[in-house]
Write a protein that binds this ligand. Structure first.
Ligand code: ADP
Length: 673
């Protein structure tokens, strides 16, 4: 009996194995067919021979033509990976992860083995990795450990048209490397036609164009300006869903908050319409969305349903979603802006450029003719939008980049080979700030402290606070606070229908007016003491997703602290020491209360306000440091902590050299001269 059963089971096992084999084979075949259908496939051979011929090549092809996913594979198939890794940078973390995942799938390998990615606070690579995707910021950090990129045979700077700050700095660094490493290949890949500029910069490198397929897209404008683009976007989506033929919808918003609001409203409205309408699959996508949810946007839409992707400008060129036929473009994006005169940095919702609007429109015409609904007037497109987006390097704080370049031994920043140089004033400002923080000496050279700070992939001010916590014996606490400030979204959850409950729960963390920094610490520590409980998060209206991310970031920061030989010491009740550590990094961000309840920043006076989300919004301390400024209806300080003015003189004497000015000036607007 048993013998027979064994035989039967063996048969069964064999059959299963065969079936699996067949399935795998057909999956491989399918993948091959999909890869061969991409526009770039026809140009595989000519592209490879151009790469063989030239050291630097500019590659231009429309979004979705297969540049990011295929070129590294072609290079690998051609044997370049035997000479060294194939690197490919992406300006956005989501794109780095998602493209790597896709390529691992196409190559039928496990993500993190032969194909991997590296983004800030997350390294998904191994010894085996030969095709490596990474954010441009991570490649900049790699230069610190490997200034000649010796382990790479090819480096692809992808999405070069995005012109992020890091991409622009990388241009200068890789151009320099190519001069003394004849064996490295450099590919600059871009989605826009403005390739001549790249070519010129790279000593007239040849341009390889991949002609794209494109279908016509009808552009519709609103007749009058929209007062509320959220509402207009929702109404347009529902109209498309009810009246238009099949095809997915892509809506562009400026950030996570807007995307979540839109998702919520759409869910409510479709629920109330019940079975009268066909199924709507809503997929949000933004930088901090957990990766399992990100994959959802690529799943094919089932027959009869319609997918609505709600995205930040990440879907403008970085990610290509097949099947989009309708694009809704409210015409805005979040952009950072920096005023070197006042040192003010803020994230501002800004109208997009004409070039960006055209890219958005193009998303509707990839697989067939499409429609684009611009939620602004034709007049406004013509007369109010800039032609091109200003490169980030010209409108952002350069503190971080200058610290990196200084650690790479690049001292003469004024003469660094920038494609578009940043304003001299901004560079000077960054140098001055790094000097004030103690990262540079009076000759502009990196100090020991500066070297330590550069180890942290953080803003120099945060890095300084981390290093300063050592002397105050509270490194454990300050790491937590820095991790919480870095995790991205807000940890405090405030659903519209339960605001009072949420506020009550949140007030517990702020009790005693400890300030927002310590409140973040209390949230994290209480969660930790609950055994990282989900239930606890739920009861306290705290976003578990953000906390988990903070925990991951924290783990990484702990490793970096060990590297710079800072001992981990804890004193969770030493609030004053914690606040002093924060102040050591943030004395630049100090403001003093005025009689009318507003605040004035101490150096370069500007009127600012405490953000409504702050625990200190009612207590209004006389002196505060703040983490950042956000400009919405007013200039708000977000994450605020009370300090004593004498700390400033103690902590940053070279910056606040006139103690009597600060202390004698008192609060309440007495400092008018
Ligand atoms: P490009 O870099 O030229 O913009 P990509 O190589 O990113 O083009 O995209 C090529 C194709 O691969 C597109 O059709 C896109 O939809 C598909 N693709 C990219 N990433 C994924 C993913 N994570 N899952 C499924 N398909 C993907």
């Amino acid at each position: 009996m048993t013998g027979n059963l064994d035989l039967l089971e063996e048969d069964e096992g064999e059959r299963e194995a065969k079936l699996r084999d067949l399935e795998e084979k057909s999956e491989r075949e399918r993948m091959k067919a999909v890869r061969a259908s991409l526009p770039i496939y026809q140009y595989r051979e000519s592209l490879l021979s151009a790469i063989q011929e030239y050291q630097i090549l500019i590659i231009v092809g429309e979004t979705g033509s297969g540049k990011s996913t295929q070129i590294p594979q072609y290079l690998h198939e051609e044997g370049f990976s035997k000479l060294g890794k194939i690197g490919c940078t992406q300006p956005r973390r989501v794109a780095a992860m998602s493209v790597a995942a896709r390529v691992a799938e196409e190559m039928a390998v496990k993500l993190g083995n032969e194909v991997g990615y590296s983004i800030r606070f997350e390294d998904c690579t191994s010894e085996k990795t030969i095709v490596k995707y990474m954010t441009d910021g991570m490649l900049m950090r790699e230069f610190l450990g490997e200034p000649d990129l010796a382990s790479y045979s090819v480096m692809i700077i992808d999405e070069a048209h995005e012109r992020t700050l890091q991409t622009d700095v990388l241009f200068g660094l890789v151009k320099d490397i190519a001069r003394y490493r004849n064996d490295i290949k450099l590919l600059i890949s871009s989605a826009t036609l403005d390739a001549e500029k790249f070519s010129e910069y790279f000593d007239y490198a040849p341009i390889f164009r991949i002609p794209g397929r494109r279908y016509p897209v009808d552009i519709m404008y609103t007749k009058a300006p929209e007062a509320d683009y959220m509402d207009a976007a929702v109404v347009t989506t529902l109209q498309i869903h009810v009246t238009q033929p099949p095809g997915d919808v892509l809506i562009f918003f400026t950030g996570q908050e807007e995307i979540e609001t839109c998702e919520e409203i759409l869910r409510q409205r479709t629920r109330s319409m019940g079975s009268k309408i066909s199924e709507m699959i809503i997929c949000p996508i933004y930088a901090n969305l957990p990766s399992q949810l990100q994959a959802k946007i690529f799943e094919p839409t089932p027959e009869g349903a319609r997918k609505v992707v709600i995205a930040t400008n990440i879907a403008e060129t970085s990610l290509t979603i097949d099947g989009i036929r309708y694009v809704i473009d409210p015409g805005f994006a979040k952009q950072n802006s920096f005023n070197p005169r006042t040192g003010m940095e803020s994230l501002i919702v800004t109208p997009v450029s004409k070039a960006a609007a055209m890219q958005r429109t193009g998303r509707a015409g990839r697989t067939g003719p499409g429609q684009c609904f611009r939620l602004y007037t034709a007049w406004s497109f013509q007369h109010e939008l800039e032609d091109n987006t200003i490169p980030e390097i010209q409108r952002t704080n350069l503190g971080n980049v200058v610290l990196m370049l200084k650690s790479l031994g690049i001292n003469d920043l004024m003469n660094f080979d920038f494609m578009d140089p940043p304003p001299a004033e901004t560079l000077l400002r960054a140098l001055e700030q790094l000097y004030a923080l103690g990262a540079l000496n009076d000759k502009g050279e990196l100090t020991k402290l500066g070297r330590k700070m550069a180890e942290f992939p953080l803003d120099p001010m945060l890095a300084k606070a981390m290093v300063a916590s050592d002397a105050h014996g509270v490194s454990e606490e300050v790491i937590t606070i820095c991790a919480m400030l870095t995790c991205g979204g807000s940890v405090f959850y405030r659903p519209k229908d339960k605001q009072v409950h949420a506020d009550n729960a949140h007030n517990n963390f702020h009790r005693g007016n400890v300030g927002d920094h310590v409140a973040l610490l209390q949230v994290y520590n209480t969660w930790r003491d609950s055994g990282h409980s989900t239930q606890w998060c739920y009861e306290n209206f705290v976003q578990i997703r953000e906390l988990k991310r903070a925990r991951d970031i924290r783990d990484q920061l702990v490793g970096l602290m060990e590297r710079v030989e800072i001992e981990l010491r804890s004193d969770a009740q030493a609030f004053e020491n914690i606040k002093k550590s924060i102040t050591s990094g943030y004395f630049y961000h100090t403001a003093q209360l005025q009689r009318n309840g507003s605040y004035k920043t101490v150096k370069n006076p500007q009127t600012v306000h405490i953000h409504p989300s702050s625990g200190l919004r009612e207590s209004l301390p006389r002196w505060v440091v703040y983490h950042e400024l956000v400009l919405t209806s007013k200039e708000y300080m977000r994450n605020v902590t009370e300090i004593r003015p004498d700390w400033l003189v103690e902590i940053a004497p070279h910056y606040y050299n006139n103690a009597s000015d600060l202390v004698g000036g008192g609060g309440g607007g007495h400092n008018k001269k």
